[in-house]
Design a protein around this ligand. Structure first.
Ligand code: UT7
Length: 334
């Protein structure tokens, strides 16, 4: 059986940092409130108005190819999970391919909010498993600072900008993307969405005056659903694949709130030493969180490690993927 192995990983965050102390000067908040409620200390924010989501993704994909020693022309397909695409159309995937010279690739964007990378990874892996393609790139990238209202103190403190990308290649070893469980429930849209900008409410003076082009989030409702569903789906993929807590090497969980991640690891019965965490430095980069975690921890990953990737987000969308890591990260890690 052919499986899709992750053979390279890279990430990018903009240089400019927005710390909790910076936010204290902008809104009625404190470093203590943000840290204790979310685990976030700082986030990276792009302050160049001419840069967009594709530019962050381009940096990640270029590095990805360099690390693996391949040319962008070898990429067959590039899937980009994002809710902050450069434009309504064309797709950000198209723009990334043009900027990096991936002349032989086609691709598309996948809008599943915080689960965007998981949806993309499971979709991309199918093109490898069927034998159709040899090199598929899955990107998770979001420039959340462009859709966050920096006067809405409950929402603006959690988000940041960032991108990550993985390369999928075929393997006949028992490694790579082993299984996935994905869900969606459009009824959750009411708690987390953007009110205007699409065909329902096209941009107008009225939508701008009413601040309808920003993230609208009912934090507590989202929190409640996230805690239950992310924990439940992570435990379920373990049961389905007969994986016990001691068999899990790493939980790679979407970084929205440290309290949600803690609830998930406790439901899985695993200790904090097995939980990848970088929320304190990047905040919630939506589709970017999971590949950014893999990028940060690459050096510690070993061939055969069992990873449970897990996310919950706008849609609602949620799911978990079981990955068996395919190489010793110490040889290539940053
Ligand atoms: O990634 C996609 C999915 N998104 C998520 O998973 C996010 C899930 N939700 C959350 O992480 C949390 O709900 C938030 C971090 C967004 C908010 O935390 P919370 O503990 O749910 O806060 P809250 O909205 O219940 O507000 C509690 C109190 C309120 O004051 P009162 O009414 O108790 O006096 C708020 O006004 O905290 C106040 N508050 C703040 N205080 C200082 C809200 N935001 C702030 C702030 N600084 N930034």
């Amino acid at each position: 059986m052919i499986r899709a192995a992750i053979t390279s990983i890279a990430g990018f965050v903009p240089e400019n940092i927005l710390s909790n102390h910076d936010l204290e000067k902008m809104i009625d908040t404190t470093d203590e409130w943000i840290t204790s409620r979310t685990g976030i200390r700082e986030r990276h924010i792009e302050n160049d108005p001419d840069k967009a989501t594709s530019d962050m993704a381009v940096e990640a994909v270029k590095l990805l190819c360099k690390k693996r020693g391949i040319s962008p022309e070898e990429i067959d397909l590039l899937i980009c999970g994002t809710v902050t695409g450069d434009l309504i159309f064309p797709s950000t995937s198209n723009l990334i391919c043009a900027k990096i010279g991936a002349k032989n690739a086609w691709g598309f964007d996948l809008g599943a909010a915080c689960s965007g990378f998981l949806y993309g990874l499971s979709t991309g892996s199918q093109f490898i498993e069927t034998g159709k393609y040899k090199k598929v790139v899955v990107v998770g990238a979001d420039m959340m600072s462009r859709i966050v209202d920096y006067t809405d103190r409950t929402t603006c403190v959690i988000f940041g900008d960032g991108a990550g990308a993985v390369l999928l290649e075929p393997t006949e070893e028992n490694l790579g993307v082993m299984d996935f469980v994905l869900h969606a429930d459009g009824k959750g849209a009411t708690h987390l969405h953007m009110k205007a900008g699409g065909s329902l409410r096209p941009p107008s003076h009225d939508t701008i005056d009413k601040k309808m082009h920003y993230v609208y989030q009912e934090g507590q409702a989202v929190f409640k659903h996230a805690v239950y569903n992310m924990a439940e789906v992570s435990a379920r993929i373990m049961e389905k694949n007969h994986i016990k807590a001691e068999d899990v090497k790493w939980l790679v969980a979407h970084q929205a709130n440290k309290r949600i991640i803690d609830a998930t690891s406790s439901r899985m019965g695993i200790g904090p030493e097995k939980v990848m965490m970088n929320i304190e430095r990047y905040g919630n980069t939506t589709s970017g969180t999971i590949p950014l975690l893999l990028w940060d921890y690459e050096k510690q990953l070993r061939k055969g490690d069992n990873l449970i990737l897990s996310a919950f987000g706008g849609g609602f969308t949620w799911g978990a993927i079981y990955v068996k890591w395919a190489y010793d990260g110490s040889k290539t890690g940053k």
